[in-house]
Design a protein around this ligand. Structure first.
Ligand code: GAR
Length: 186
């Protein structure tokens, strides 16, 4: 059985969608949810499915002997996780960490580009299209090799929340399946 850890920092709607998807697949298991924000809603969502949660601070995150002793896992999914992964983790899980970004990388990526900041920038630039990018994670924000992209329109009347909702739909539709396909290739 392939064991998956999810890292998230916020609401965790993608994390919950992934948990539900793999609950139907006996060859995969979401083993744990890691979170850097003690009151993030993703922790409530994980508890609902009885998935162990681990909350860590920056010092623990950077210390190989702390949080990551728990990481007896095959694959790491970043689903709205906002910190850069330390290089001891990217080195230990080469091509086994994926992230989802709510825009069409390489545009609108990099440090500080997350969540509503991305959608505000896309709308401010007058883009006609946005979408999602699922990519491998390396030591730089949003720069790992791209695995999958999907597009959606940006409408002239869109607020950042409207666009976020359309992008979230794409994320729910594609992210679990792309994770599964990527895992099957390991
Ligand atoms: C998602 O839209 C994800 O693409 C984005 O955060 C949101 C988390 O939503 N990630 C980034 O911006 C990473 N740079 P969720 O907590 O409801 O899954």
């Amino acid at each position: 059985m392939k064991k998956i850890a999810i890292f998230a920092s916020g609401s965790g709607s993608n994390a919950e969608n992934i948990i539900q998807y793999f609950a139907q697949k006996p060859q995969f298991c979401v083993k744990s949810v890691f979170c850097n924000v003690p009151d993030a809603y993703v922790l409530e969502r994980a508890k609902k499915y009885r998935i162990p949660t681990f909350v860590f601070n920056r010092e623990e995150f950077r210390n190989p002997d702390k949080v990551f002793r728990q990481l007896q896992i095959d694959f790491i999914v970043l689903a709205g996780f906002l910190w850069l992964m330390p290089s001891f983790i990217t080195a230990a899980w080469p091509n086994k960490i994926v992230n989802i970004h709510p825009a069409l990388l390489p545009a609108y990526g990099g440090k500080g580009m997350y969540g509503h900041h991305v959608h505000e920038a896309v709308i401010a630039a007058g883009e006609k299209e946005s979408g999602i990018t699922i990519h491998y994670v390396n030591d730089h924000y949003d720069q790992g090799a791209i695995i999958f992209q999907a597009k959606c329109p940006v409408l002239p009347t869109d607020t950042p929340d409207d666009l976020a909702a359309r992008v979230h739909e794409l994320e729910y539709r594609h992210f679990p399946r792309v994770i599964e396909d990527t895992l099957k290739k390991l």
